[in-house]
Design a protein around this ligand. Structure first.
Ligand code: G3I
Length: 477
């Protein structure tokens, strides 16, 4: 077997798809030929391409545009998750105190579900787009109004929403790391956790998200402030399931490659992550592909939503930040996103069920079971590559790396520094691994990367927050 970079399955899958297509042609359309489960042709729409890795690709939908057939045909064809751009916000759903109006929200919701799409709810507690009556409230009266609003909206959509943006944009821009000043913040610092606890009780079936912008760059104070809040919530049992990264990238808030570290770091706290309002000034295909690959690299990244369909539908149309031109044609960024979704995460055996070595890019040494031991708990290390059976790994359809037939590459924990061992295969997520196109191997349970802490013989292999450095990249040979 020759040496290959791990993205090989993508190429193989395309070759395989072509071979099966050829065979189908020879046998005729009606022949009883089924595509084997591991053979995927590249998908031709964003939603289907994202679904290959269990993710979704969504868009914001405006109720007022549902009568535009160019708009709805693109939206229906390409996306499988929908966010109401404005129609489920506070001013739309509770225009007068205690009088709820779901007319516009339901138009978006019904269009989505009638076309087989899921819905993200946006948004329940926010300083902006409050109706006049709420803007003028303060103190305990406003706190109660917030609680009543969450209960009113969530009970209407109970059991119907995949993820709710429970609290939106509660942190200040700039270097302070402080909460944003707002009437809600002035009701007391605990308003966010009260919103989340209220939301959990109102609809236990929805994932509950905190959603914000300018929290994509890991070095920014706002990012760290939200990270600290989520960590605190997880430690204290405040119900939070996900963090939404709006991802409105422009020259003042540009994409940075450390976004992947941000997604990974939040995921390591035990929450899902999602890209919720993506648009990129100028729509660089490379930047779009980078964002998609960042999501694909993080097993807890649920999916990506772009903030509108065509450039002309965008809240900042002058930036031409979306995937479709005003006439409905596809932009170069569209192709970049589709290609990334089709090739970004293999989810397939890198060795076709055959055995091979797994070589570390930094050291050139191989993943090796210490002293060729076979007992459960035997450590895995780096060692000079050789042909021994203690370096022959088989990637299974289930996502395991097996050795000696019935032992699996196993993480005995989920934190940084967890040592990697072999253990009898039992089907747990701590024995499943996602092989990514960038050469990283991510534990499905932990979301952390397979990492060599050094380069010499005997270096232990561990789990660690993904940095994408060479000590976390691997090739099979
Ligand atoms: O519908 C009225 C129309 O009747 C009126 O003539 C017109 C005059 O200005 O206003 C129209 O309403 C506008 C509405 O969008 C619908 O187009 C509002 O003025 C305008 O403020 C509103 O902007 C929305 C903005 O949120 C408000 O904060 C954008 O559409 C929407 O894309 C944007 O979305 C936000 C997310 O919710 C949160 N994250 C940031 C993101 C972008 O700002």
């Amino acid at each position: 077997m020759g040496s290959h970079a791990l993205p090989r399955p993508v190429l193989r899958r395309r070759i395989r798809g072509a071979l099966w297509a050829l065979a189908a042609g020879v046998l005729g359309v009606g022949a009883a030929l089924s595509t084997p489960p591991t053979a995927h042709a590249a998908e031709s729409t964003l939603g289907a391409a994202a679904a290959q890795s269990g993710r979704y690709f969504g868009t914001a939908i405006a109720a007022g545009k549902l009568s535009d057939s160019t708009y709805t045909s693109i939206a229906n064809r390409e996306f499988n998750m929908v966010t109401a751009e404005n129609e489920m916000k506070i001013d739309a759903t509770e225009p007068q105190r205690g009088r709820f109006d779901f007319t516009a929200g339901d138009r978006v919701y019904n269009w989505a579900v009638q076309n087989g799409k899921r819905v993200r709810g946006h948004t329940l507690a926010w300083h902006s787009q409050q109706p006049g009556w709420m803007q003028s409230l303060s103190g305990s009266d406003l706190r109660q109004a917030m609680i009543d609003h969450i209960n009113g909206v969530m009970s209407h959509y109970k059991g119907k929403i995949a993820q709710w943006d429970v609290v939106n944009e509660a942190f200040a821009d700039g270097n302070s790391g402080a909460r944003r000043d707002s009437n809600l913040q002035r009701t007391g610092n605990d308003w966010i956790e009260v919103a989340f606890r209220t939301a959990r009780a109102a609809d236990p079936s929805a994932k509950l998200c905190y959603n914000d912008y300018n929290i994509e760059n890991w070095t920014w104070a706002k990012t760290q402030a939200v990270y600290n809040m989520v960590r605190d919530f997880k430690q204290r049992g405040v119900p939070i399931d996900c963090v939404g990264f709006q991802s409105h990238f422009n020259s003042g808030s540009p994409y940075n490659s450390n976004f992947r570290t941000t997604l990974q770091s939040f995921a390591a706290l035990g929450v899902d992550v999602a890209i919720t309002e993506l648009d990129i000034q100028g729509a660089s295909p490379t930047t779009y592909a980078n964002v998609v690959n960042d999501c694909l690299a993080v097993s807890r990244c649920l999916g990506i939503t772009v903030w509108g369909v065509r450039d002309t539908d965008s809240w900042r149309s002058g930036d031409t930040p979306l995937l479709f031109n005003g006439d409905g044609s596809k932009k170069p960024a569209y192709s970049a996103v589709l290609d990334a979704l089709n090739g970004g995460s293999s989810g397939e055996p890198p060795a076709d069920g055959g055995s091979g070595q797994i070589k570390n890019a930094a050291s050139g040494r191989c993943l090796d079971v210490v002293n060729a031991g076979t007992a459960d708990g035997t450590q895995v290390q780096l060692y000079d590559c050789h042909s021994g059976t203690n370096q022959q790994w088989t990637y299974t359809d289930a996502g395991e790396f097996r050795i000696y037939g019935n032992k699996c590459l196993d993480a005995g924990g989920t934190g940084n520094g967890t040592r990697i061992q072999i253990y009898s295969c039992w089907g747990g997520d701590n024995q499943k691994w996602r092989v990514n196109s960038d050469g990283t191997i991510v534990g499905v349970q932990s979301g952390l990367c397979l990492d060599a802490a050094g380069t010499g013989n005997g270096t232990p292999v561990q789990l660690y927050t993904c940095s994408y450095a060479a000590n976390q990249r691997w090739t099979v040979s």
